[in-house]
Write a protein that binds this ligand. Structure first.
Ligand SMILES: [Zn+2]
Length: 80
């Protein structure tokens, strides 16, 4: 799923901070994410959960769409 642009609860803009959050969390593997969220200035827990719980699944889904497209073109060539 793509990153939500705004917090579902309060409407605060969060998508602009997601890239920075991911970079910092990958750099400090094993570190606690609360310090990163404090550095980014995200104080409300509704906004914090948005960044903590977002999982980007687009890279895992793309191969399935590519396979579907390949199969569709195979069927179309068989029909001709
Ligand atoms: Zn919020």
């Amino acid at each position: 799923m793509l990153v939500p642009v705004r917090c579902f609860t309060c409407g605060n803009l969060i998508s602009d901070k997601f890239d920075e959050y991911q970079e910092k969390s990958q750099q400090s593997v094993g570190g606690s994410p609360d310090k990163i969220l404090d550095e980014l200035g995200i104080e409300r827990y509704c906004c914090r959960r948005m960044l903590l719980t977002t999982v980007e699944t687009i890279q895992q889904i793309i191969p399935f769409y590519e396979a579907m497209h390949r199969r569709k073109t195979e069927i179309q060539t068989e029909m001709e």
